[in-house]
Design a binder for this molecule. Structure first.
Ligand code: NAP
Ligand code: MG
Length: 403
């Protein structure tokens, strides 16, 4: 069989621990036999990040700007114990944070749905993709404890030293106060990434905030989304037959629970933090969540939403068999290959991405799965497979489909 050709490379970012082991297996069993794989390889494993003083992470992000599509393996974000474990020169920053800052992107998370792993919410039939604004608000707030009676004001001092102020509260006794901010540029980037991705997926976009109570702050988010939509996206949305829809956050929550799914839900930073865990848990499994960073300039970086699965890796190092779920990492590859195919006009590559996903889903639906899913499935005739045997089972399905 002739392998599928690629014209432009993908940026490949290798990672750490158990997911690094899965990465190699996926390439060997599911990609290299079928695709004439072209990648520009960056080793974001912690040792190499330390060795290069984290320059490799910056280089990988820059390469993503050049080639537009990247696929990333999960990586360790070092903490004090990792600094000791890997004898690091310093506590390097989160690679995802570094890449996101360079690409100015928004992260979209979506579950992989399979028969036999039922969402806790009965009505959900299609994935709900959650987009979280990753800048500002309470995550960059200044706070103060107010010890007793007194006045608190917000004061803005302009470059020419003129000031505008507003009263926060006349305290009669002790209390607390918080000041937070956001930036027009950041909100606009967030909005653009959301509209762009909705067009990519051909799905409706929902955005929700609390503009009835926060008449300046949240209202401004609503206004920016509205302006960007009218100026740049309305026409394309109408052509694609999708809608942009704004509602209050409490109304959105009620609608989401009663919905069938199949849309993108954009959230402000804090709402996104809370709601992404709610949506992920309600769909059944963290190991089945995919994640893609979309920049307003049209760069895409695909990955799994979970981490490096450290506990399984230590078992692997001791020579014990592991049963780690590779679905989200397989879908990171299929997502990246599909996007590469789309940008390069390669129907073959896009088709291969579809088949790879179908083969993976079919494997699980036929009762062959890793331990994490076996524990929660509603299927009765189940075979629990090791990390490698699951990937081999997917390969068998894929070979049948390709034949
Ligand atoms: P984790 O790797 O997501 O794993 C937490 C637990 O969830 C695992 O111990 C396992 O439970 C279960 N799990 C997650 N993914 C699974 C999979 N694919 N198959 C089967 N079970 C799975 O989180 P962590 O252990 O807290 O973090 C480990 C490292 O990952 C940390 O160094 C962190 O910095 C990094 N991290 C990286 C990213 C990223 O690169 N995007 C994201 C998050 C965390 P059981 O042990 O019960 O089987
Ligand atoms: Mg959280």
């Amino acid at each position: 069989m002739e392998k599928i050709k690629m014209t432009t490379p993908l940026v490949e970012m290798d990672g750490d621990e158990m997911t690094r082991i899965l990465w190699e297996m996926i390439k060997e069993e599911l990609l290299l036999p079928f695709v004439d794989l072209k990648t520009e390889y960056y080793d974001l494993g912690l040792e190499n990040r330390d060795h290069t003083d984290d320059q490799v992470t910056v280089d990988a992000a820059e390469a993503t700007k050049k080639y537009k599509v990247a696929v990333k393996c999960a990586t360790i974000t070092p903490n004090a114990s990792r600094v000791e474990e890997y004898h690091l020169k310093k506590m390097w920053k989160s690679p995802n944070g570094t890449i996101r800052a360079l690409l100015d992107g928004t992260v979209f998370r979506a579950p992989i749905l399979v028969k036999g792993i039922e969402p806790y919410v009965r009505t959900w039939k299609k994935p709900i993709t959650l987009a979280r604004h990753a800048y500002g608000d309470v995550y960059k707030a200044s706070e103060m404890r107010i010890p007793g009676p007194g006045k608190v004001e917000l004061v803005y001092t302009a470059a020419d030293q003129s000031t505008v102020s507003t009263l926060v509260h006349e305290f009669q006794g002790a209390g607390i106060v918080q000041g937070m901010h956001n930036l027009d540029a950041s909100i606009e980037s967030f909005a653009k990434s959301c509209f762009q991705y909705a067009l990519d997926l051909k799905q409706d976009l929902w955005f929700a905030a609390k503009d009835t109570i926060s008449k300046q702050y949240d209202h401004h988010f609503k206004d920016v989304f509205e302006e960007v939509y009218e100026r740049e996206y309305r026409e394309a949305f109408e052509k694609a037959g999708i809608t942009y829809f704004y509602t209050l956050i409490d109304d959105a929550v009620a609608r989401v629970v009663k919905s069938e799914g199949g849309f993108i839900w954009a959230c402000k930073n804090y709402d996104g933090d809370v709601m992404s865990d709610l949506v992920a848990t309600a769909f059944g499994s963290l190991a089945m969540m995919t994640s893609v960073l979309v920049s307003p300039k049209g760069y895409y970086e695909y990955e799994a939403a979970h981490g490096t699965v450290q506990r399984h890796y230590y078992k692997h190092l001791k020579g014990e068999e592991t049963s780690t779920n590779s679905m989200a990492t397989i879908f990171a590859w299929s997502g990246a290959l599909r996007k590469r195919g789309e940008l390069d006009g390669s129907k073959e590559l896009m088709h291969f991405a579809d088949l790879l996903e179908q083969a993976s889903i079919q494997t699980i639906e036929s009762g062959r799965m890793t331990k994490d899913l076996a524990l929660i499935t509603s299927l009765t005739d189940v075979t629990v497979l090791s990390s490698r045997d699951f990937i081999k089972a997917v390969r068998e399905e894929l070979e049948k489909m390709m034949a």
